[in-house]
Design a protein around this ligand. Structure first.
Ligand SMILES: Nc1ncnc2c1ncn2[C@@H]1O[C@H](COP(=O)(O)OP(=O)(O)OP(=O)(O)O)[C@@H](O)[C@H]1O
Length: 312
C-alpha cells in the first residue's frame, strides 16, 4: 500500500445512499480510500452498488449521510464544479453525440468551458492523436467501430486534462481483443499523465489486467479491499471467491492437474513447445494488455515453475 501520509485523492467515509422507495441502501456505510495515482478496480455483481458509487464520485449525486472527500476537500455544492472540471468520465455506451463529428465530440467539454475555438480544436486534435484517431476527426460516430468510439470517448474524457479518470464498464460492450486494446491505452495514459484511475467493472479480467488496487462491493457494502495481486491470490470474502469462480474456465481436470493462469508476452512456437514438454494444456487464451492471458491445466509441480503463474 502507498505511504499513508500521501493525501488520498478520494475518500468515502461512512457513506450511505438509498434511492427513493427502495427498502435497502444502494451504498451501506461505505468507507473506502483511493490513493492518488493508483488504479482502483471496483467490482461486484449486478446491484452491488458500483454505478451508485460512480454517480457519487462524479458529483452527479450526493450521499444521504457520510462524507466524500476528493483531493482533500469535502465534495459538496461549493466544490462540485471544480471537482467535475478535474474528473474525466468514460462510459460503457460511449455516449457520443451522433450529429457531431468525432472532432466536435472531443471539443464539447472545452466548448462548455468557453475555451476559444482555435485552442479547443488544437487540444482535440492532440488528444485524437493520443488515441490513434487523427485520421477520423471528420467522421461521425456511426462510421466508427465500438473500439474506435471508445477511443473517442477517452479523448473527450482527457481533453480537459483531468487528474482523475472514472471508467464505468468501459470495455463491457467490446470483444476481448478490442477490450485489451482499450485497456492498454488506458494503462499507458494513466502512467503518462499520472492519473488516478477508477475502473468499475463486472469483468474480473479487467481488474487483473490493469488495476493496482481492488474493492469488492456486495449489497452496497465494501466486503474486501486491498492490493489487487493479494486479493486475487488470497480472497477473504465469499463474494470475491464467487467472482473469481465465475471467471474460471469450465474444464475437467485430469488427475494431478491444477488450473493456473499465466500472462505470456506471446504464444510463439517456442512457448508452445515448452508448454507441451511440461505437460501443460492450454484451456483458454485471451488477449491481455501485456500479451496473452493463458489458462493452463498442468501438473501441479510444473505449473509452479512458470514465472508469473498464479493459482486460478
Ligand atoms: N435510480 C434508481 N432508483 C431506484 N433504485 C436504484 C436506482 N439505481 C440503482 N438502484 C438500486 O440500487 C442498488 C445498487 O444499484 P447499482 O446500479 O449501483 O448497482 P451496480 O453494482 O452498478 O449494478 P449493475 O452491475 O447491474 O449495473 C440496486 O438494488 C438497484 O436496484
Amino acid at each position: 500500500m502507498p505511504d499513508p501520509h500521501t493525501p488520498d485523492v478520494l475518500a468515502f467515509q461512512n457513506v450511505y445512499k438509498t434511492y427513493p422507495r427502495q427498502p435497502r441502501p444502494a451504498l451501506d456505510n461505505l468507507t473506502l480510500r483511493v490513493p492518488r495515482g493508483s488504479r482502483m478496480g471496483i467490482i461486484g455483481r449486478s446491484g452491488a452498488g458500483k454505478s451508485t458509487l460512480v454517480r457519487l464520485l462524479s458529483g452527479l449525486d450526493t450521499p444521504d449521510t457520510g462524507e466524500l472527500r476528493v483531493r482533500g476537500e469535502v465534495l459538496g455544492p461549493a466544490t462540485r464544479a471544480g471537482h467535475q472540471a478535474r474528473t474525466g468520465l468514460v462510459f460503457q455506451q460511449f455516449n457520443l453525440l451522433a450529429q457531431r463529428t468525432v472532432l466536435r465530440n472531443v471539443t464539447l467539454p472545452l466548448e462548455l468551458r468557453g475555451v476559444p475555438r482555435a485552442r479547443r480544436d488544437a487540444l482535440a486534435q492532440e488528444h485524437l492523436r493520443l488515441v490513434g484517431l487523427s485520421e477520423y476527426a471528420d467522421r461521425y460516430p456511426a462510421q466508427l467501430s465500438g473500439g474506435q468510439k471508445q477511443r473517442v470517448g477517452i479523448a473527450r474524457a482527457l481533453v480537459t486534462e483531468p487528474d482523475l479518470l472514472l471508467a464505468d464498464e468501459a470495455t463491457s460492450a467490446l470483444d476481448p481483443e478490442t477490450s485489451a486494446g482499450i485497456l492498454t491505452l488506458l494503462l499507458d495514459l494513466q502512467r503518462e499523465r499520472d492519473l488516478t484511475l477508477v475502473i468499475v467493472t463486472h469483468q474480473l479480467e479487467v481488474v487483473r489486467a490493469v488495476t493496482t488496487h481492488v474493492a469488492v462491493l456486495e449489497g452496497g457494502q465494501l466486503v474486501e479491499a486491498g492490493a489487487t495481486a493479494e486479493v486475487l491470490r488470497d480472497p477473504q470474502h465469499a463474494a470475491t471467491r464467487a467472482l473469481l469462480d465465475a471467471h474460471r474456465p469450465q474444464v475437467t481436470l485430469l488427475a494431478g492437474e491444477t488450473l493456473r493462469r499465466v500472462t505470456l508476452p506471446d504464444l510463439n512456437a517456442g512457448t508452445l513447445a515448452t508448454l507441451a514438454r511440461a505437460g501443460a494444456r492450454i484451456v483458454q487464451a485471451e488477449p491481455h494488455p501485456q500479451g496473452v492471458d493463458v489458462w493452463l491445466a498442468a501438473p501441479a509441480m510444473v505449473s509452479a515453475q512458470w514465472p508469473g503463474a498464479v493459482p486460478a
